[in-house]
Design a protein around this ligand. Sequence first.
Ligand code: SF4
Length: 492
Amino acid sequence: MSRRLIEIDPALETELATELQRDRFHDECGVVGIQGHSEAANIAYLGLYALQHRGQESAGIVTTDGGEHRVHRAMGLVADVFSEKTLRKLPGRMAIGHVRYSTAGGSQIRNAQPFCATTDGGPVAIAHNGNLVNAYAIRRELEGRGAIFSTTADSETIVQLLARSRERTQEERLIDALSRVKGAFSLVLMTSDSLIAVRDPHGFRPLCLGRLDRAWVVASETCALDLIGAEYDRDLEPGEVVVIKRGRIRTLRPFKREKERFCIFEYIYFARPDSNLNGHNVYAYRKELGRLLAREHPASADLVVPVLDSGNTAALGYAEESGIPYEQAMIRNHYVRRTFIEPAQSIRHFGVKVKHNAVASILKGRRVVLVDDSIVRGTTLIKLVTMLRNAGASEVHLRISAPPTIGPCYYGIDTPTRGELIASNHSVDEICAIIGADSLRYLSLEGLRGSAEPLKSSFCDACFSDEYPVAVDSDDKIPQLSLFRDVEADDA
Ligand code: SF4
């Protein structure tokens, strides 16, 4: 049989990988910052390495020793973007870094962060996780006054506003700029002598603070602190601005107080299970969701099987609570985005088998509870349920450890449009029939909200409830990274 070898550029996925990727929500960024360490660039690199799950498309680090900023940014994974040689070219005791995920439209090196700018107050570099819901309107206004944007990302709006602010110091200019934007921002900004970390007043995205020897470290998640051996200090509070200069730290609260709206999906799917968010372990919470799901929606079955890796922890919780044995009866290949051989002749279900394969000896004649954390378009689950049946499963009962995903996100997560979300257009019974499962049950919204009460935060659950905590300008009610779609079209 003739075969052809396909080398896949990580940034340009095959149709197959794209389809599998598109059938999930995606976090859009992770940020890290360090002040007061002789190996600032290396520490930032390791921090980004730990945050790779928050963005796989581009990575960048900016450093300074009080003078000019040095930057290295490129498309690709952290380990591919940086080498010993590139890190050696980033001297300085202060650094910020960024990993980014984006949709195809925004997939350009000029959108890779951190963004750097020279202002009349000196150089600034910014790394932003989140999404601004009024960026389009501000951009139009600034362009009307002669501003020239060099990227198509909403984060540049903050830099443009900062550069135009009449306030005296860079710190005051940043606060002035952030007072004008609405939406989600957990960011780090570096001037020539200070590292500034900020969470928006609703606190949509995580940001934590740690200590490494005498240095201060800021990161999107605690797993980054763990890798570099930093000690967790605390999470930044919503609306908090932390200014770190020459080892001293100051806290400001310049914004109007708002109700906290931490993204519940960070707990359900985005954050790494070994991270703690607001002091609560993500793995433990996901397992609790699985237990709750088992109590809400029991099933007569022989095995609990996770969709790897997204449903893994909830499946463990479901199995523990129900007493049904847990089995990894589907195996996931983690390397499909790199290289694979495509046969010239068609093989049944080849596409999905590239990423998942069923263990027939475990499944034969068994009734299966298949657990995942969400259904976006449903395309992957159609194939997985078919795969389980073909491997011999006699029944497949699908259980989802979150409520139906009915709305897109406007606060920093890349989601399909409402029309593409299967739960937005179909009843649970219809989705079950489309996917081909014997039964389908989701965790209830009340159950999710009740489970979150011990976490002592109030949450955003808009993609499940349709209750959006921050109104979105109508022009911005389009997929997030297409915010400046007309600009993209002009550039094409
Ligand atoms: Fe998170 Fe969903 Fe709210 Fe977006 S809409 S912030 S994904 S809970």
